[in-house]
Design a protein around this ligand. Structure first.
Ligand SMILES: C[S@@+](CC[C@H](N)C(=O)[O-])C[C@H]1O[C@@H](n2cnc3c(N)ncnc32)[C@H](O)[C@@H]1O
Length: 263
């Protein structure tokens, strides 16, 4: 963590008072926190993803990657070992499991993921609901090819891979969908880029769409983007879990923001 992140984390520790739903009164938000964030049920697909993650963690392969995003705080140069990509870039287990539970609960038709990398986050999204169509976008072709191997190992057939820059690919993906129901923003951690992608997805967002933003305190710029997203008039309920944030666009629910101590 850099100094900005340490400060942001200390602020979060002081302010995040909602644990296990205590003191959250509106039933919609209480139910989500109490019964979803802390749900214990282990879905069968969690084991499959853990096995793939463990295999990749022991891989000796190295990949030459093209990063179209805001750069990395962990990697220098273009050569990245698969095991380091799994350690530093892939969605962590607990976060992935919560994302899966959100998909199980909200039953989306269409899901978009910005940033496929090796496909770990995609698997949590796709395996939670085989009826949902998952569109995952990755700028590095080499990584997209590696992810495709992992989708094949997991035998998922509801993933549509798109290779290219988010700014070029996302508008077409959104345009082609009837509605955007869940979006996982997990790449290009830049304030303006994040806001641009958010606005593109908003244009087709269904009532009660769920948007998940990774690394909301990665930088001052990301914290600024997160603040603007939370305050956006179309966002009703937002949860700050420090490592990532979740917003729900349900017009029928009063605007509320929670900093939740999780896990
Ligand atoms: C943190 S990783 C994604 C991790 C992945 N969701 C997972 O759970 O394993 C971010 C990915 O986004 C890609 N990326 C970043 N900025 C991009 C952009 N502007 N266009 C396309 N891909 C981009 C990077 O190449 C990287 O693989």
């Amino acid at each position: 963590m850099n100094w900005f992140q340490v400060q942001a984390y200390l602020k979060y520790l002081c302010k995040a008072k909602y644990r296990r739903g205590h003191r959250i009164h509106p039933p919609f938000a209480f139910d989500l926190v109490r019964y979803l964030f802390y749900e214990k049920h282990q879905y069968y697909h969690f084991d499959i993803i853990n096995d793939i993650r463990n295999d990749l963690s022991q891989s000796k392969s190295k990949l030459l990657v093209t990063d179209l995003g805001a750069g990395s705080k962990k990697f220098k140069g273009r050569k990245r070992s698969v095991r380091h990509l799994i350690k530093y870039n892939a969605t962590p287990q607990k976060q992935g499991e919560l994302i899966s539970r959100l998909v199980v609960n909200f039953k989306p038709d269409n899901i978009i993921e910005l940033g496929t990398s090796l496909g770990i986050g995609t698997l949590y999204l796709a395996m939670a609901n085989s009826n949902a169509a998952v569109h995952t976008i990755e700028g590095c072709e080499r990584l997209a090819n590696e992810a495709a191997k992992n989708f094949s190992i997991a035998q998922v057939d509801n993933v549509n891979q798109h290779v290219g820059n988010f700014s070029e690919v996302l508008p077409g993906v959104v345009e082609g969908l009837k509605s955007v129901d869940v979006v996982y923003f997990d790449g290009h951690h830049d304030c303006q880029a994040t806001l641009d992608y958010f606005n593109i997805c908003l244009s087709k967002a269904s009532t009660s769409a769920v948007f998940i933003f990774d690394d909301i305190y990665w930088s001052k710029g990301m914290a600024k983007a997160w603040e603007q997203i939370v305050n956006h008039p179309q966002v009703s309920v937002s949860f700050d879990l420090f490592r990532f944030g979740i917003v729900i666009l349900n017009k029928e629910v009063k605007k509320q923001h929670y900093m939740v101590r999780w896990p």
